[in-house]
Ligand binder design. Structure first.
Ligand code: ATP
Ligand code: MG
Length: 376
């Protein structure tokens, strides 16, 4: 460490399955960048919060876990999910508590404000067809589909409110309550308008289902039009989610920045990632725009138990997420260098099997490291 070097505390949570393999490669990439730039260092705290830990000790996150996380500047996350643990258990015990914190949910559905949650209310997912990758849409190739999804990340359809009655009878009723708050919508909308304003096309599409869902979605529409008045330089349009899936496939080049709810954003961004070539390359950031808490960076794919441990997972989505993390930390030059290296490697034809290539995880990682060193 040279004098005056910045230190970033990174909490690394590899998680389960291929999450473990790909996070290891991301750390190698970070260590390479650290040596090249020699102006900042990474202090990496590796946390074994995983389904393995849950099965052995009954918890994903230890009691002092939140304090440890809060001390970090950013969180690098692999994936969670194991065939031995029901998916809703792993999701609700690890990744969702990290992301959500409903700051105000009205009187009826007050969400307890536990100290255990980070304020990552934005999920940001950039989508682009990386050079050399073949994507399923006709007339779409390198650099096309330059989209960015701003997904509300803390409330809505994934608020966790509801319950069941008449359990264990033939007439069980389950209520899954989507909770939307004007505070939650407004902060998301403002973030999305800023993102759209910062991009060349200055175009924001809002996606809801306000014809069928009459309260929350209508509130989304209303707040969208109110805030749009503050951004006269941003071109806006509104889509229903069903029509949006059609537009993404048939008129993909008409889209730029997209803002949408938790559920719709989850689904549309997976579709978007597939349209860009593979879910193995797509990145996702859960951001706390207030910067009171660390933000979290992860590939959009899951733990992929079908290929775990074989060394064939695609690390590109994790590398892209790592670049997003560097950008959030203010290290734009390092983020740019990494994005360039990733794209040089994909363009050169070095690809894992999910992209139709023959290379393994380590070969792709080494190619990226060689590019970083060459182009620095
Ligand atoms: P989750 O519930 O955690 O989102 P999932 O059930 O949606 O997980 P994934 O784990 O994302 O599923 O895997 C879906 C498919 O994509 C699997 O066949 C998996 O092997 C493949 N896949 C996912 N990520 C990668 C990757 N990085 N490299 C190669 N293949 C991948
Ligand atoms: Mg999934």
């Amino acid at each position: 460490t040279q004098n005056g070097a910045r230190t970033y505390k990174i909490a690394s949570i590899p998680g389960d399955g291929i999450g473990i393999e790909i996070t290891e490669q991301a750390i190698k990439v970070l260590r390479t960048i650290e040596v090249l730039f020699n102006s900042f260092t990474f202090d990496i705290d590796t946390l074994d919060w995983s389904s393995k830990r849950y099965l052995e000790q009954g918890e994903y996150i230890p009691a002092d876990g939140w304090q440890r996380l809060r001390k970090s500047d950013a969180i690098l996350f692999g994936a969670v999910g194991s065939p031995a643990v029901p998916d809703d258990i792993s999701l609700w015990n690890l990744i969702l508590p990290l992301r959500k914190k409903v700051i105000h949910s009205g009187l009826l559905y007050q969400t307890p404000l536990t100290a255990n949650q980070l304020t990552q209310y934005i999920n940001l997912r950039p989508i682009r067809i990386l050079p050399g990758l073949s994507a399923p849409l006709k007339n779409c190739a390198d650099g096309d589909l330059d989209w960015i999804f701003v997904r509300e990340n803390s409330e809505g359809e994934y608020s966790g409110q509801g319950g069941t009655t008449h359990d264990d009878t033939p007439n069980t009723i389950a209520n899954e309550v989507a909770v939307f708050t004007s505070v939650g919508i407004e902060r998301t909308m403002r973030f999305a308008f800023e993102v759209a304003r910062g991009r060349p096309r200055k175009k924001l599409t809002m996606v809801t289902k306000s014809n069928a869902q009459r309260y929350g979605m209508v509130l989304w529409d209303k707040i969208f039009y109110e805030i749009a008045k503050e951004y006269p330089d941003v071109e806006t349009d509104k889509m229903l989610v069903d029509a949006m899936t059609v537009r993404m496939v048939l008129k993909p080049k008409t889209l730029d920045t997209i803002v949408t709810t938790n559920l719709h954003g989850d689904i549309l961004s997976d579709l978007a990632a597939a349209l860009a070539g593979s879910i193995g390359v797509a990145a996702s950031s859960s951001l706390d725009p207030t910067r009171q808490n660390p933000s979290l960076f992860e590939p959009i794919h899951g733990s992929a138990p079908d290929i775990a441990g074989q060394g064939i997972a695609n690390p590109i989505g994790t590398f892209w997420s790592t670049a997003e993390m560097l950008r959030w930390l203010g290290e734009d030059a390092a983020a740019d260098l990494l994005m360039t290296a990733i794209q040089t490697v994909t363009a050169s034809g070095i690809k894992t099997r999910d992209l139709g290539g023959t290379n393994d995880l380590i070969e792709v990682t080494e190619a990226v490291i060689v590019e970083l060193e060459k182009s620095f």
